[in-house]
Design a protein around this ligand. Structure first.
Ligand SMILES: [Zn+2]
Length: 440
């Protein structure tokens, strides 16, 4: 009896579930995320928006093509946008109300065939992309439409309402709201206010949340059509579009594609609930992809959990390393590691002295290449942009930004007991000073 108990105890100890080793950093280390989406594949988008986007290389946006005929208006322009890191999604084959299509093959062509068309047309112009997101024309859909979308994409954009997604709350990713922008409905000021609201929201579900600034921000999806100084195609003016994107960047929002933000958002629910299995002082985490049609690469920033460090006695400086296959991942200056979610496993362990020495010598030679955003930073922009870009490792850190590790982080599936922002400051829900003003 004692032997049985002892072996059971031993078995439990072998696979002991420790404190969660790390948690995902919200919105890739930014206070909030925004995805600007542009519908229908209008020629004014590459013509008038691309020159603006080219001046802001850290901003990435999404274009939803409505069929080959639209894309044909400027396929070279959209290929150039794709090669600059912007997303091309599908907005169906012929821009019909998809919920009125009864024929399966026709619906399949609209939803699935459109993605293949877009991919082959762009490939012919030198842009090799995989379409991963869909946007329903007129937001018309039913269960058949959604299940068809689910076969080929991992994300679908709906339209209307406030367009925000809360970091900590699961959402129906095949029915994501988008805040519509056109000059007849919104002013540039009101759209900048929407950006500011996204940056301070905690809980998008309740009215009360309007009064509660929070550290996690939310993800705002913006829906736009033409980009031109005319009233055709619900256009937004290039000047206003530029002001909005710049406003988002200056307020430390992650200006990223619909699929990148959606994949990061989905990934964190998986990563933050997976259990670590301990063996020989190595903690192994394994997970499945939440959806089979996600992007091929999903870089996710994580930070070691204070309780995990306390339990292991490991330190939060660069002596802990994450291992994915052959690759060793080291923390950045804010103790954040960027792991590849699509690799579906990671090991957390102490680095050997040789590894630390090897890392230090390679660091003096060259950057370790672990921070994929660094190469996007050398845009020659003004100082104001550099100040808000906390991914730029060369920026001197203010003292208050040094203490990044929060005292308390989630130990299970629940939410953090104590909120913290990504510059290391503890946030109280009554801290109104974080509400940003519209700067115009
Ligand atoms: Zn449309």
């Amino acid at each position: 009896m004692i032997r049985i108990f002892a072996s059971l105890f031993f078995a439990m100890a072998m696979t002991s579930f420790a404190a969660v080793p790390f948690v995902t950093v919200p919105w890739n280390g930014h206070r909030a995320a925004v995805s600007f989406t542009f519908d229908d594949g209008l020629a004014s988008q590459p013509q008038n928006l691309k020159p603006i986007l080219d001046t802001m290389p850290e901003a990435h946006v999404t274009f939803f093509m409505a069929g080959a005929s639209y894309l044909q208006q400027d396929v070279k322009g959209f290929a150039a946008l794709a090669n600059a890191g912007h997303e091309i999604g599908s907005h169906s084959y012929s821009h019909q109300k998809l919920d009125t299509i009864a024929d399966f093959a026709e619906l399949e062509k609209e939803v699935i065939g459109s993605a293949s068309d877009i991919e082959s047309m762009l490939a012919a112009e030198g842009a090799n992309i995989t379409v991963t997101a869909f946007a329903t024309p007129f937001c018309a859909k039913n269960d058949d439409v959604i299940s068809m979308i689910d076969k080929r994409y991992f994300l679908n954009r709906n339209c209307g309402w406030h367009g925000r997604v809360n970091w900590s709350t699961t959402s129906d990713v095949f029915n994501l709201w988008a805040k519509g922008w056109d000059r007849s409905m919104e002013t540039a000021e009101s759209m900048c206010a929407s950006l500011d609201t996204a940056a301070v929201m905690v809980d998008t579900a309740s009215m009360e949340s309007w009064l509660r600034p929070g550290p996690e921000g939310s993800w705002l999806v913006v829906l736009t059509h033409g980009v031109a100084d005319d009233d055709v195609n619900l256009s937004a003016s290039p000047k206003d579009m530029e002001a909005m994107i710049r406003h988002a960047l200056e307020n430390d929002m992650w200006v990223t594609t619909f699929s990148s933000a959606g994949a990061y958002y989905l990934a964190h629910f998986t990563l933050d609930t997976v259990s670590a299995v301990k063996s020989d002082s190595r903690y192994t985490l394994q997970w499945e992809m939440p959806h089979s049609n996600m992007p091929k690469s999903i870089p996710v920033k994580v930070i070691l959990n204070a309780e995990f460090l306390a339990e292991t006695g490991w330190s939060s400086d660069a002596s802990v390393v994450l291992e994915q296959g052959e690759e060793l991942l080291w923390p950045d200056e804010q103790n954040r590691y960027t792991l590849e979610f699509a690799k579906k496993s990671v090991v957390v362990r102490e680095a050997t002295q040789a590894e630390i020495a090897g890392r230090d010598s390679s660091k003096t030679d060259d950057d370790d290449g672990g921070d994929e955003e660094k190469k996007l930073d050398d845009d020659g922009e003004g100082d104001s942009k550099k100040d808000v870009d906390d991914d730029n490792g060369k920026k001197p850190k203010k003292e208050e930004e040094q203490a990044i590790l929060p005292r308390s982080l989630p130990t299970g599936l629940g939410l953090p007991k104590q909120y913290f922002d990504l510059k290391g400051r503890t946030i109280s829900p009554s801290n109104k000073s974080r509400i940003i003003r519209v700067q115009r």
